[in-house]
Design a binder for this molecule. Sequence first.
Ligand SMILES: NC(=O)C1=CN([C@@H]2O[C@H](COP(=O)(O)OP(=O)(O)OC[C@H]3O[C@@H](n4cnc5c(N)ncnc54)[C@H](OP(=O)(O)O)[C@@H]3O)[C@@H](O)[C@H]2O)[C@@H](O)CC1
Ligand SMILES: [K+]
Length: 496
Amino acid sequence: MHALLDPQEMGQADRLAAEMGTPSFTLMERAGTAVADVVARFPLPTRVIVLCGPGNNGGDGFVAARVLTQRGFRVRVALLGERARLTGDARRAAERWRGTVEEPAVLDLTEAGVIVDALFGAGLARDLDGAAKALVTRMAASGRPIVAVDLPSGLDGATGKVRGAAAQAQETITFFRRKPGHLLEPGRSLCGRVRVADIGIPDAVLDVIRPATSVNMPDLWRPVFPLPSALGHKYDRGHAVVVSGGAWTCGAARLSARGALRAGAGLVTVALPPDALPLHAASYAAIMPRPMACDDDLAALLADRRLGTVVLGPGLGLGAATRAKIDITAPGRRLVLDADALTSYAGVPWALADLAARTAGLIITPHEGEFARLFAGDRAVLEAPSKLARARAAAARLGAVVVLKGADTVVAAPDGRAAIAENAPAYLATAGAGDVLAGMAGGLLAQAMPPFEAAAAAVWLHGEAARAAGPGLVADDLPEALREVYRRLYELFGVR
Ligand SMILES: NC(=O)C1=CN([C@@H]2O[C@H](COP(=O)(O)OP(=O)(O)OC[C@H]3O[C@@H](n4cnc5c(N)ncnc54)[C@H](OP(=O)(O)O)[C@@H]3O)[C@@H](O)[C@H]2O)[C@@H](O)CC1
Ligand SMILES: [K+]
């Protein structure tokens, strides 16, 4: 699995590696050498300025400086803080550096061919201010390429947020596994290209750490992904229902229904107000329309328990009428709630938690605006320190899987598991894309995927579909592009 480690877990990895036989100074030597390997891609005789901080991030910088000098680069090293105050591995690394150690203030950073940013990494403990902030600001203003050690200094590895200041890196080299801050914006953008160096920490440490956060990649949900079988039947692939708004707003539900079908649901029924029938019927022949003139019609349709998964929200309208439909639908079913369905619970997340408890599994797919409205007044959720932490807190609060959308979509489960997406192109942010995603999640839920994995798979497939469709994409392209994505995924999974 593509685990992500927060700074505490990384510290634990470090300690466990030592217990398993690799001393921490060896790790630092390898880390610094890996940094030098990246910098050495710049041609000789590039001038390198290495800016070292007071902790082990600085220690990596001293090692990199030594290795680069041995390889013929012209290297100057500056230390933020007093050399006499260095301790432990960082002190040892500084002792092995035979060159001078300068004051950052005396260096003209614009003279550098490349700057190595080894000021702060996992040990960033507070916002940068004073001399540290001033140096990072100068580095950012230098306009020179920056190679960041572990993280751009000032970027919080757990949250992806900038604490005080951080300079845009061209490349970031981190160790063993990436950290959430490499994927969560604005961290992801600040890191530039991220490389992960193997510094000899054994993978076995992960069995002890059991990290709960990962990159959203197929290995996360592969074991429960529904694969076609020669003996299969459409009824084995579940029956999803999409509840549609009327003629003027039914485009959203049409997109959801197409998303559900293309994601592989065996059957997709659309419950629709009669005036929406021609539009649904014209847009997709494979979908089964069922009239829903009133809530009793919906209840009658859902008397059939085989209709086990329902998508509600896109284009459905706000308020009591939508909540009534959700109430009819929820008991014992798997639900995906999006858009208007979520805003219908604005400020009353506990009502949604009560509802979640009556379902057989709930996924909600808010964007930031819908999330803020839903949890209005719930400071513990809204003020959690990162997007990752907010999604986790929300999932725990609701007892539901939360898909908090954006460029760095986070999927979080009530049990604490979370996955961060990194495959969505910027042009995926287009009208109706969320409706398709909700439908896809429903399509996978209908095929009996557990909610967390269904949501994560839908988010990954959605990002891949956008890439397959390419720039200029509109939401209607996404379900169609899924065919190509599935073809490649089946290849990856070894399905013929
Ligand atoms: N774990 C591993 O497996 C491996 C880790 N490795 C490397 O170690 C790095 C982590 O090292 P680290 O823990 O020493 O922390 P680091 O980032 O150097 O910062 C701590 C120093 O900064 C200071 N400081 C903090 N915030 C500040 C602020 N706002 N403004 C000013 N000062 C501030 C803080 O001072 P204090 O808070 O104590 O006052 C302390 O002096 C990691 O990123 C990686 O590069 C590799 O060698 C390979 C294996
Ligand atoms: K750094």
